[in-house]
Design a protein around this ligand. Sequence first.
Ligand SMILES: [Zn+2]
Length: 352
Amino acid sequence: MALLVLLNGPPASGKSTIAERLVATRPLALRLDIDVVRGLLGDWLQRPTDAGLAARALAISMARTHLAAGHDVFVPQFLGRPEFIDELAALAFETGATFVEIALVLDRESARSALAERTADPQNDTHRDAAALVEQSGGTSAVDEMFDRYEALLDQRAGARRVEVERGDIDATVRAVEVVLSIAASRSAPPERARPSHFSISHAPTDYRCPFCLNIRDGTSDLPLEFIHRDDDVVVKMNPKWWPNNPGSVLVIPTEHHENIFDVPDRLALPIHRAARNAAVAMKVAFGCDAVSTRQHNEPAGNQTVWHFHLHVFPRWENDDLYGTKHAPADETELRDLARQLRAAWPAATAT
Ligand SMILES: [Zn+2]
Protein backbone atom coordinates (compact mmCIF):
# COMPACT_ATOMS: atom_id res chain seq x y z
CA MET A 1 0.00 0.00 0.00
CA ALA A 2 1.45 3.38 -1.04
CA LEU A 3 2.08 6.10 1.53
CA LEU A 4 1.05 9.74 1.20
CA VAL A 5 3.12 11.58 3.78
CA LEU A 6 2.61 15.20 4.73
CA LEU A 7 5.65 16.72 6.42
CA ASN A 8 4.19 19.82 7.98
CA GLY A 9 6.39 22.17 9.94
CA PRO A 10 7.22 25.78 10.60
CA PRO A 11 9.59 27.71 8.32
CA ALA A 12 13.17 26.42 8.42
CA SER A 13 12.25 23.25 10.31
CA GLY A 14 14.00 21.15 7.68
CA LYS A 15 10.94 19.70 5.90
CA SER A 16 12.39 19.69 2.40
CA THR A 17 15.73 18.25 3.46
CA ILE A 18 13.99 15.50 5.44
CA ALA A 19 11.77 14.70 2.44
CA GLU A 20 14.86 14.55 0.25
CA ARG A 21 16.46 12.06 2.63
CA LEU A 22 13.31 9.93 2.81
CA VAL A 23 12.89 9.57 -0.95
CA ALA A 24 16.60 8.84 -1.40
CA THR A 25 16.08 5.40 0.11
CA ARG A 26 12.75 4.70 -1.63
CA PRO A 27 12.99 4.01 -5.37
CA LEU A 28 10.53 6.12 -7.36
CA ALA A 29 9.07 7.81 -4.30
CA LEU A 30 8.14 11.40 -5.13
CA ARG A 31 9.31 14.42 -3.18
CA LEU A 32 6.47 16.75 -4.03
CA ASP A 33 7.66 20.14 -2.87
CA ILE A 34 4.77 22.50 -3.59
CA ASP A 35 7.02 25.54 -3.27
CA VAL A 36 9.15 24.13 -6.07
CA VAL A 37 6.04 23.66 -8.21
CA ARG A 38 5.01 27.23 -7.39
CA GLY A 39 8.45 28.43 -8.44
CA LEU A 40 7.79 26.94 -11.89
CA LEU A 41 4.92 29.36 -12.45
CA GLY A 42 5.68 32.57 -14.33
CA ASP A 43 6.13 35.67 -12.19
CA TRP A 44 4.47 33.93 -9.26
CA LEU A 45 5.76 36.40 -6.66
CA GLN A 46 3.49 39.07 -8.10
CA ARG A 47 0.43 36.90 -7.45
CA PRO A 48 1.47 34.67 -4.57
CA THR A 49 -2.04 33.63 -3.48
CA ASP A 50 -3.18 32.53 -6.94
CA ALA A 51 0.18 30.91 -7.57
CA GLY A 52 -0.05 29.01 -4.27
CA LEU A 53 -3.51 27.68 -5.10
CA ALA A 54 -2.45 26.71 -8.63
CA ALA A 55 0.64 24.93 -7.25
CA ARG A 56 -1.50 22.94 -4.78
CA ALA A 57 -3.93 21.90 -7.53
CA LEU A 58 -1.00 20.74 -9.69
CA ALA A 59 0.51 18.91 -6.72
CA ILE A 60 -2.74 17.04 -6.06
CA SER A 61 -2.84 15.86 -9.69
CA MET A 62 0.77 14.72 -9.57
CA ALA A 63 0.23 12.93 -6.28
CA ARG A 64 -2.91 11.21 -7.58
CA THR A 65 -1.07 9.87 -10.62
CA HIS A 66 1.88 8.64 -8.59
CA LEU A 67 -0.16 7.06 -5.77
CA ALA A 68 -2.39 5.30 -8.29
CA ALA A 69 0.77 3.78 -9.76
CA GLY A 70 1.60 2.46 -6.29
CA HIS A 71 4.42 4.86 -5.39
CA ASP A 72 4.95 6.79 -2.16
CA VAL A 73 4.54 10.57 -2.16
CA PHE A 74 6.11 12.95 0.36
CA VAL A 75 4.77 16.48 0.65
CA PRO A 76 7.03 18.82 2.65
CA GLN A 77 4.85 21.86 3.18
CA PHE A 78 4.05 24.40 5.84
CA LEU A 79 0.28 24.31 6.31
CA GLY A 80 -1.33 26.58 8.87
CA ARG A 81 -4.90 25.66 7.93
CA PRO A 82 -6.61 22.27 7.76
CA GLU A 83 -8.25 22.51 4.31
CA PHE A 84 -5.34 21.26 2.22
CA ILE A 85 -4.52 18.59 4.81
CA ASP A 86 -8.08 17.30 4.47
CA GLU A 87 -7.67 17.38 0.71
CA LEU A 88 -4.56 15.20 0.99
CA ALA A 89 -6.36 12.79 3.33
CA ALA A 90 -9.25 12.54 0.86
CA LEU A 91 -6.79 11.87 -1.97
CA ALA A 92 -5.23 9.03 0.04
CA PHE A 93 -8.67 7.55 0.61
CA GLU A 94 -9.53 7.87 -3.08
CA THR A 95 -6.34 6.14 -4.22
CA GLY A 96 -6.24 3.52 -1.47
CA ALA A 97 -3.04 4.99 -0.04
CA THR A 98 -2.19 5.35 3.64
CA PHE A 99 -2.14 8.97 4.77
CA VAL A 100 0.47 9.93 7.35
CA GLU A 101 0.40 13.43 8.78
CA ILE A 102 3.67 14.36 10.42
CA ALA A 103 4.03 17.63 12.31
CA LEU A 104 7.60 18.76 12.88
CA VAL A 105 7.92 20.56 16.17
CA LEU A 106 10.56 23.18 16.71
CA ASP A 107 10.76 25.97 19.25
CA ARG A 108 10.27 29.46 17.93
CA GLU A 109 13.73 30.76 18.81
CA SER A 110 15.47 27.90 16.99
CA ALA A 111 13.25 28.42 13.97
CA ARG A 112 14.00 32.15 13.92
CA SER A 113 17.73 31.64 13.98
CA ALA A 114 17.56 28.87 11.38
CA LEU A 115 15.50 31.11 9.15
CA ALA A 116 17.90 34.02 9.62
CA GLU A 117 20.85 31.78 8.68
CA ARG A 118 19.04 30.52 5.62
CA THR A 119 17.98 33.99 4.50
CA ALA A 120 21.55 35.24 4.82
CA ASP A 121 22.90 32.28 2.87
CA PRO A 122 20.18 30.71 0.71
CA GLN A 123 21.12 27.24 -0.56
CA ASN A 124 18.67 27.05 -3.44
CA ASP A 125 15.92 28.86 -5.37
CA THR A 126 13.25 27.73 -2.93
CA HIS A 127 15.13 29.33 -0.04
CA ARG A 128 15.47 32.54 -2.02
CA ASP A 129 11.76 32.42 -2.90
CA ALA A 130 10.76 31.82 0.72
CA ALA A 131 12.92 34.70 1.91
CA ALA A 132 11.42 36.99 -0.73
CA LEU A 133 7.92 35.97 0.24
CA VAL A 134 8.55 36.48 3.96
CA GLU A 135 10.04 39.88 3.22
CA GLN A 136 7.08 40.78 1.04
CA SER A 137 4.54 39.63 3.68
CA GLY A 138 6.05 41.64 6.53
CA GLY A 139 9.28 40.00 7.64
CA THR A 140 9.57 38.77 11.21
CA SER A 141 5.97 39.46 12.13
CA ALA A 142 4.85 37.29 9.20
CA VAL A 143 6.96 34.43 10.56
CA ASP A 144 5.48 34.91 14.03
CA GLU A 145 2.03 34.81 12.55
CA MET A 146 2.86 31.53 10.74
CA PHE A 147 4.02 30.08 14.05
CA ASP A 148 0.82 31.16 15.80
CA ARG A 149 -1.29 29.56 13.10
CA TYR A 150 0.77 26.39 13.15
CA GLU A 151 0.45 25.99 16.91
CA ALA A 152 -3.30 26.61 16.76
CA LEU A 153 -3.59 24.05 13.96
CA LEU A 154 -1.68 21.38 15.88
CA ASP A 155 -4.12 21.73 18.75
CA GLN A 156 -6.82 20.50 16.36
CA ARG A 157 -4.84 17.75 14.61
CA ALA A 158 -5.23 14.82 16.96
CA GLY A 159 -4.12 12.38 14.25
CA ALA A 160 -0.87 14.18 13.43
CA ARG A 161 2.31 12.42 14.57
CA ARG A 162 4.58 14.99 16.20
CA VAL A 163 8.28 14.71 15.64
CA GLU A 164 10.69 16.96 17.57
CA VAL A 165 13.29 18.50 15.30
CA GLU A 166 16.83 17.99 16.52
CA ARG A 167 18.52 21.24 15.55
CA GLY A 168 21.80 20.53 13.83
CA ASP A 169 21.18 16.78 13.73
CA ILE A 170 19.15 16.04 10.65
CA ASP A 171 19.96 12.31 10.94
CA ALA A 172 18.20 12.10 14.29
CA THR A 173 15.09 13.81 12.93
CA VAL A 174 15.04 11.55 9.87
CA ARG A 175 15.31 8.48 12.13
CA ALA A 176 12.37 9.71 14.22
CA VAL A 177 10.29 10.21 11.06
CA GLU A 178 11.25 6.72 9.83
CA VAL A 179 9.92 5.23 13.07
CA VAL A 180 6.58 6.98 12.54
CA LEU A 181 6.46 5.73 8.94
CA SER A 182 7.24 2.13 9.85
CA ILE A 183 4.42 2.14 12.41
CA ALA A 184 2.01 3.62 9.85
CA ALA A 185 3.05 1.06 7.22
CA SER A 186 2.55 -1.85 9.60
CA ARG A 187 -0.90 -0.56 10.54
CA SER A 188 -1.89 -0.23 6.92
CA ALA A 189 -1.21 -3.93 6.30
CA PRO A 190 -3.13 -5.67 9.09
CA PRO A 191 -2.45 -9.33 9.69
CA GLU A 192 -4.91 -11.71 8.07
CA ARG A 193 -6.69 -12.48 11.33
CA ALA A 194 -7.60 -8.82 11.84
CA ARG A 195 -9.62 -8.71 8.66
CA PRO A 196 -10.79 -12.20 7.75
CA SER A 197 -11.84 -12.80 4.19
CA HIS A 198 -14.41 -15.22 5.58
CA PHE A 199 -15.89 -15.17 9.05
CA SER A 200 -17.24 -18.52 10.19
CA ILE A 201 -18.72 -19.74 13.43
CA SER A 202 -20.44 -23.01 14.26
CA HIS A 203 -22.56 -24.23 17.13
CA ALA A 204 -23.53 -27.60 15.71
CA PRO A 205 -22.20 -30.61 17.64
CA THR A 206 -19.51 -32.56 15.78
CA ASP A 207 -21.84 -35.56 15.20
CA TYR A 208 -24.81 -33.38 14.24
CA ARG A 209 -27.49 -35.26 12.32
CA CYS A 210 -28.98 -32.38 10.35
CA PRO A 211 -32.78 -32.75 10.20
CA PHE A 212 -33.07 -30.47 7.17
CA CYS A 213 -30.49 -32.47 5.22
CA LEU A 214 -32.48 -35.61 6.06
CA ASN A 215 -35.67 -33.90 4.87
CA ILE A 216 -34.06 -32.79 1.64
CA ARG A 217 -31.96 -35.86 0.83
CA ASP A 218 -34.14 -38.72 2.08
CA GLY A 219 -37.55 -37.12 2.47
CA THR A 220 -37.59 -38.36 6.05
CA SER A 221 -38.67 -36.44 9.11
CA ASP A 222 -39.76 -36.95 12.69
CA LEU A 223 -42.33 -34.19 12.15
CA PRO A 224 -44.97 -33.65 9.47
CA LEU A 225 -43.09 -32.88 6.27
CA GLU A 226 -44.69 -30.95 3.40
CA PHE A 227 -42.60 -29.43 0.65
CA ILE A 228 -44.13 -26.45 -1.13
CA HIS A 229 -41.37 -25.89 -3.64
CA ARG A 230 -38.13 -27.51 -4.63
CA ASP A 231 -35.39 -26.61 -7.11
CA ASP A 232 -31.64 -27.24 -7.36
CA ASP A 233 -30.75 -24.53 -4.85
CA VAL A 234 -33.54 -24.31 -2.30
CA VAL A 235 -36.53 -26.08 -0.84
CA VAL A 236 -39.53 -24.46 0.79
CA LYS A 237 -41.33 -26.55 3.38
CA MET A 238 -44.09 -25.99 5.89
CA ASN A 239 -42.76 -25.15 9.31
CA PRO A 240 -44.01 -28.00 11.55
CA LYS A 241 -44.07 -25.50 14.39
CA TRP A 242 -46.76 -22.90 14.31
CA TRP A 243 -47.37 -19.65 16.04
CA PRO A 244 -51.01 -19.73 17.18
CA ASN A 245 -52.24 -16.74 15.18
CA ASN A 246 -50.04 -17.38 12.14
CA PRO A 247 -50.68 -20.89 10.83
CA GLY A 248 -49.12 -21.71 7.46
CA SER A 249 -45.63 -20.29 7.93
CA VAL A 250 -42.87 -21.82 5.81
CA LEU A 251 -39.09 -22.23 5.83
CA VAL A 252 -36.84 -21.43 2.87
CA ILE A 253 -33.81 -23.73 3.11
CA PRO A 254 -30.80 -23.99 0.81
CA THR A 255 -30.34 -27.59 -0.37
CA GLU A 256 -26.62 -27.39 0.46
CA HIS A 257 -25.79 -27.60 4.15
CA HIS A 258 -24.62 -24.21 5.46
CA GLU A 259 -25.05 -23.53 9.14
CA ASN A 260 -25.77 -19.81 9.22
CA ILE A 261 -25.61 -16.43 7.54
CA PHE A 262 -21.82 -16.38 7.87
CA ASP A 263 -21.47 -19.45 5.67
CA VAL A 264 -24.19 -19.11 3.03
CA PRO A 265 -22.41 -18.28 -0.25
CA ASP A 266 -23.48 -15.22 -2.23
CA ARG A 267 -24.64 -17.35 -5.16
CA LEU A 268 -27.47 -18.71 -2.98
CA ALA A 269 -28.75 -15.27 -1.99
CA LEU A 270 -30.83 -14.84 -5.12
CA PRO A 271 -32.44 -18.32 -5.03
CA ILE A 272 -33.26 -17.84 -1.34
CA HIS A 273 -34.77 -14.42 -1.94
CA ARG A 274 -36.72 -15.60 -4.97
CA ALA A 275 -38.20 -18.53 -3.03
CA ALA A 276 -39.10 -16.25 -0.10
CA ARG A 277 -40.86 -13.82 -2.40
CA ASN A 278 -42.73 -16.60 -4.17
CA ALA A 279 -43.80 -17.95 -0.78
CA ALA A 280 -45.01 -14.45 0.16
CA VAL A 281 -46.98 -14.20 -3.07
CA ALA A 282 -48.47 -17.68 -2.53
CA MET A 283 -49.51 -16.69 1.02
CA LYS A 284 -51.22 -13.53 -0.17
CA VAL A 285 -53.05 -15.46 -2.89
CA ALA A 286 -53.89 -18.62 -0.91
CA PHE A 287 -54.58 -17.18 2.54
CA GLY A 288 -55.54 -13.60 1.75
CA CYS A 289 -53.31 -12.56 4.66
CA ASP A 290 -52.91 -8.87 5.51
CA ALA A 291 -49.12 -8.93 5.34
CA VAL A 292 -46.02 -11.09 5.20
CA SER A 293 -42.97 -11.09 7.49
CA THR A 294 -39.62 -12.88 7.33
CA ARG A 295 -37.26 -13.83 10.16
CA GLN A 296 -33.84 -15.42 10.09
CA HIS A 297 -31.88 -16.47 13.16
CA ASN A 298 -28.15 -17.14 13.69
CA GLU A 299 -26.50 -18.67 16.77
CA PRO A 300 -28.17 -19.74 20.01
CA ALA A 301 -28.54 -16.24 21.40
CA GLY A 302 -30.33 -15.39 18.17
CA ASN A 303 -32.84 -18.26 18.73
CA GLN A 304 -31.35 -20.57 16.12
CA THR A 305 -32.14 -24.19 17.04
CA VAL A 306 -31.58 -26.05 13.75
CA TRP A 307 -27.97 -25.72 12.54
CA HIS A 308 -28.80 -25.41 8.87
CA PHE A 309 -29.56 -21.93 7.52
CA HIS A 310 -33.27 -21.24 7.07
CA LEU A 311 -35.44 -18.21 6.46
CA HIS A 312 -38.90 -18.09 8.02
CA VAL A 313 -41.76 -16.61 6.01
CA PHE A 314 -44.92 -15.83 7.98
CA PRO A 315 -48.43 -14.88 6.87
CA ARG A 316 -49.53 -11.94 9.01
CA TRP A 317 -52.87 -10.59 10.12
CA GLU A 318 -53.85 -7.36 11.83
CA ASN A 319 -53.12 -7.59 15.56
CA ASP A 320 -51.81 -11.17 15.32
CA ASP A 321 -49.16 -10.52 18.01
CA LEU A 322 -46.62 -12.73 16.21
CA TYR A 323 -43.72 -11.48 18.27
CA GLY A 324 -45.57 -11.88 21.57
CA THR A 325 -46.71 -15.46 21.07
CA LYS A 326 -44.90 -18.79 21.38
CA HIS A 327 -44.75 -21.56 18.83
CA ALA A 328 -46.28 -25.00 19.27
CA PRO A 329 -46.45 -28.15 17.11
CA ALA A 330 -48.66 -27.60 14.07
CA ASP A 331 -51.92 -29.44 13.66
CA GLU A 332 -50.97 -32.04 11.07
CA THR A 333 -54.24 -32.10 9.13
CA GLU A 334 -54.37 -28.33 8.90
CA LEU A 335 -50.68 -28.20 7.96
CA ARG A 336 -51.20 -30.56 5.04
CA ASP A 337 -54.26 -28.63 3.91
CA LEU A 338 -52.50 -25.26 3.98
CA ALA A 339 -49.52 -26.83 2.18
CA ARG A 340 -51.82 -27.89 -0.66
CA GLN A 341 -53.18 -24.35 -0.86
CA LEU A 342 -49.71 -22.84 -1.03
CA ARG A 343 -48.55 -25.28 -3.71
CA ALA A 344 -51.62 -24.43 -5.78
CA ALA A 345 -50.91 -20.69 -5.41
CA TRP A 346 -47.15 -20.91 -6.03
CA PRO A 347 -46.25 -18.44 -8.81
CA ALA A 348 -45.84 -20.28 -12.10
CA ALA A 349 -43.20 -18.04 -13.65
CA THR A 350 -39.99 -17.32 -11.85
CA ALA A 351 -39.71 -13.57 -11.48
CA THR A 352 -36.23 -12.12 -11.65
ZN1 LIG B 1 -28.19 -29.63 6.82
